[in-house]
Design a protein around this ligand. Sequence first.
Ligand SMILES: NC(=O)C1=CN([C@@H]2O[C@H](COP(=O)(O)OP(=O)(O)OC[C@H]3O[C@@H](n4cnc5c(N)ncnc54)[C@H](OP(=O)(O)O)[C@@H]3O)[C@@H](O)[C@H]2O)C=CC1
Ligand SMILES: O=C1O[C@H](COP(=O)(O)O)[C@@H](O)[C@H](O)[C@H]1O
Length: 339
Amino acid sequence: MGQRIYRIDHYLGKEMVKNIMILRFTNQIFSSCWDRNHISNVQITFKEKIGTEGRGGYFDEFGIMRDVMQNHLFQILSLIAMEAPASLNAEDIRNEKVKVLRAVPPVVDSEVLLGQYGKSEDGTLPAYLDDDTVPKGSKTATFAAATFHINNPRWQGVPFVLKCGKALDQQKVEVRIQFKDMGQSLFQKDIAARNELVIRVQPEEAVYLKMTQKLPGLGMDTVISELDLSYASRFTNLSVPDAYENLILDAIMGEQSNFVRSDELDEAWRIFTPVLHQIDRGQVPVEIYPYGSRGPRHLPDFIARFGFERHLQPYSWPETSQSTLTSTTASASGADSKL
Ligand SMILES: NC(=O)C1=CN([C@@H]2O[C@H](COP(=O)(O)OP(=O)(O)OC[C@H]3O[C@@H](n4cnc5c(N)ncnc54)[C@H](OP(=O)(O)O)[C@@H]3O)[C@@H](O)[C@H]2O)C=CC1
Ligand SMILES: O=C1O[C@H](COP(=O)(O)O)[C@@H](O)[C@H](O)[C@H]1O
């Protein structure tokens, strides 16, 4: 075996990424349903509101798949999908991450959707090609969605959809685990929405579990609600360290579990390289999307193709609890609340 090198990936220093192993391996409620029998699909999403804004020269050589997906999002995928390591030792953790990546076949072009941002709908925000540092006529993707399959007993048949893009409608990084339908007819599907576990990496770290409840009142109406752990309200006297703060401390302490080992990188490149070469040769179409939108027009169809279902009932989250109960339930049911 050649000499192993270790690479920094600042996403491994983020608080909520470090929380993934704890969430998975200390909570029976999640540990026991973390598999193909319970989970329909997993979405790992990175969205930035700003475009390249003068950094296009650097970005254009690589594109969004190399810039964000192959590294940051793939590290998150490994932590979500790996088996429990034998110990918390750095090598044991990375052995499991490599093992799960070895079960992932190379991504194929028919399961990739690319986009490049154009001007905003109202024409006020610039297109990628308006960035002076971007080569004229560049076809580099600023948005990518791609689906990965893990051929092992835990994950066979569960698509992992990774999405990342610049100049979108929102700023967020999250993992959204969508559970399967209940599979019974006591309550109709339109009122028994799928459970979703959302791990919001940033901004405002949170873990929430979306679930169906009875809407308070005399009837049997339902509402999509959430079990919510928002860091800012739960841990009022603690601060969340910056990713680099965590990693610099790890480096000083000789703690290597949050650094990427070279064989993990080899596996990630094995999975990405064939399609990246096709993209570099211009063989994968790149759709223009407006600055500030959700991304390419075909995105909803793309994620639906891999099993993601939006709730049929609208969902709204009360920023402050109690006093908003009336308006939340009213908007969720679409009915006039009598509370
Ligand atoms: N603790 C907290 O701070 C909590 C905050 N909230 C907030 O409440 C809001 C709503 O919650 P959320 O769980 O996101 O619920 P939503 O019901 O809004 O679901 C969002 C999901 O639906 C997708 N989606 C959005 N629009 C479309 C569309 N037109 N077609 C297909 N898919 C679509 C999103 O994709 P994409 O990701 O690509 O946009 C995302 O995966 C969020 O702002 C959230 O942060 C909720 C619960 C707890
Ligand atoms: O490595 C990179 O990450 C940033 C996003 O990092 P974040 O900590 O702000 O989420 C991204 O903007 C940049 O293009 C990429 O090179």
